[in-house]
Design a protein around this ligand. Structure first.
Ligand SMILES: [Zn+2]
Length: 127
């Protein structure tokens, strides 16, 4: 891992702990992208500005896991959720504890970032 990439991850985590999602905005064409993208998807430029998005979105798809991962043994069943960030076309994924069956989490449900786990990534709760 390069130092620059490490810096981006640290910033992403710091933003997530404030319930925000750090994204990149292309300096040339203003396209919004996830912070892991190195070149603009639209125009190929490699200059970005950091933008902080509200860590809120709607569930696009998810997978229920019956066995909680290490560090979340007390969370019971959980879902890996892909969600669309509000007011953008960006999708992010995260960990949502307490989901046992599909009726616990309808597609389109609102979720919110609550923090970041170093092993598992974004932590979510249902809004
Ligand atoms: Zn661009």
């Amino acid at each position: 891992m390069s130092e620059a990439k490490h810096g981006i991850r640290e910033k992403f985590i710091e933003a997530a702990n404030r319930k925000k999602i750090l994204a990149h905005k292309c300096s040339k064409c203003s396209q919004l992208m996830l912070e892991t993208v190195m070149f603009c998807e639209k125009c190929g430029a490699s200059k970005f500005e950091d933008v902080e998005l509200d860590g809120k979105g709607t569930v696009v798809t998810y997978t229920i896991q019956a066995v909680a991962p290490e560090g979340f043994e007390d969370a019971g069943s959980y879902a890996w959720v892909v969600f669309k960030i509000n007011r953008t076309q960006l999708r992010a994924s995260g960990f949502l504890p307490g989901v046992k069956t599909p009726k616990d989490l309808p597609i389109g449900a609102k979720v919110e970032v609550t923090g970041f786990d170093p092993k598992h990534g974004l932590l979510l709760k249902q809004d």
